[in-house]
Design a protein around this ligand. Sequence first.
Ligand SMILES: [Zn+2]
Length: 332
Amino acid sequence: MRSHARQHRSTPSFAALALSALLLATAPSALAKDWDVYSLGGREYVSDENVAKFYQFERFAKQDKDRIFKHPSLIMTWKIGSESIYVNNIKFNLSFPVIENGGMAMLSTVDLAKLVDPVVRPSYIRKPILFDTVVLDAGHGAHDTGAKGPYGREKDYALDMVLRLEKELQARGFKTLLTRREDVFLTLGQRVEIANREKNAIFISMHFNSSGAKTANGIETYALAPQGTSSTDGSSPWNSLLTGNVRDAENIALATAVHAHVISELKSVDRGIKRARFNVLRGINKPAILFEGGFVTSPSEGKLINDPEHRQRIAVSIADAVVRFKTAVGKK
Ligand SMILES: [Zn+2]
């Protein structure tokens, strides 16, 4: 059996060039030589030191398995072996765990290009969508009640949330389009079709969570999993990454803006920013997220969710986050 051999490519490889093209479309001064791409176990990685240098972090510290990157306004932490990283104390699930190689913590190029880069510098997102409309999707409806808790049902809370959010967004100058504004059933396909009719828009699907464990609580936000993260045909993820979802960067930037702001405003438990291939996200041709605003099955959080004032606070936080997202991606 071959060891987990390092194949350190010191000359700019295809992967390094592709990575640079992805990351640096708007920064012509940076070249492929800025990235040393390692091939480990059939996957491409970059090192902690390379990331610290490339993004010019003011401080970079190694403490055992921990890596800490500091900018004046941003702290990112990695842990070798972990399947998530933290940026400003917000948890992000990785597509692949951080691995160790020769004393260095290694991050997959997929997570670099699709997560760290758009989160650390959203203004570098290539040709971001110029949106004036937010498509709001209340999950479930009619016979599809969604999660049920002691105080109420997900389908009702989700609808109430999008109606509140609509008002808040309109007050901030956005147009809105709702996939449903009453208790009706829509297929995922119908939701996608409505969303894709609108050109200059982003998409927010609103849900609440459930769990058999009454102790489960907190907020989680899903962005579409980048293409290439689960290619099972043995080919390099780069193949599909290069032709991947053009909105990957914006999806994670939007998820970050919304998730981080809601967590900081409501002090909810942070369950992280996650990736998924929900059908409702997959078919959408615009920046899209799915927001899970807490557990209706939790006696404490379920009670909160049932409180209109609490739902209003979530709506206001999301609307403010959409304004922040627009500002962040729009500025060069
Ligand atoms: Zn749901």
